[in-house]
Design a binder for this molecule. Structure first.
Ligand SMILES: [Zn+2]
Length: 81
């Protein structure tokens, strides 16, 4: 861990959200390239986000689920099951 790690940690969230300027992205990538600690952190944060996105999709509002189910059963073109 180096002094740059603190700065990199600050940039990490914005980096994952694609909210950084080009210069900040370059800065973050340069550090991630050189630092095992932050690279692992980045991978962890990234997989966490993917997990949260997936879980959120599974927790759709019941109304929406019913609507989608209805669409699936009333449209003969996409009804397969
Ligand atoms: Zn680092």
């Amino acid at each position: 861990m180096t002094d740059d790690c603190g700065k990199c940690e600050e940039l990490l969230q914005g980096y994952l959200d694609r909210e950084l300027t080009d210069e900040e992205v370059a800065q973050a990538e340069r550090h991630l390239d050189a630092c095992d600690y932050c690279r692992r952190r980045y991978r962890f944060e990234e997989s966490l986000r993917t997990y949260v996105r997936t879980t959120a999709a599974e927790r759709m509002p019941p109304g929406l689920m019913a609507k989608l189910a209805q669409l699936r059963t009333t449209d003969p073109g996409t009804y397969t099951a």
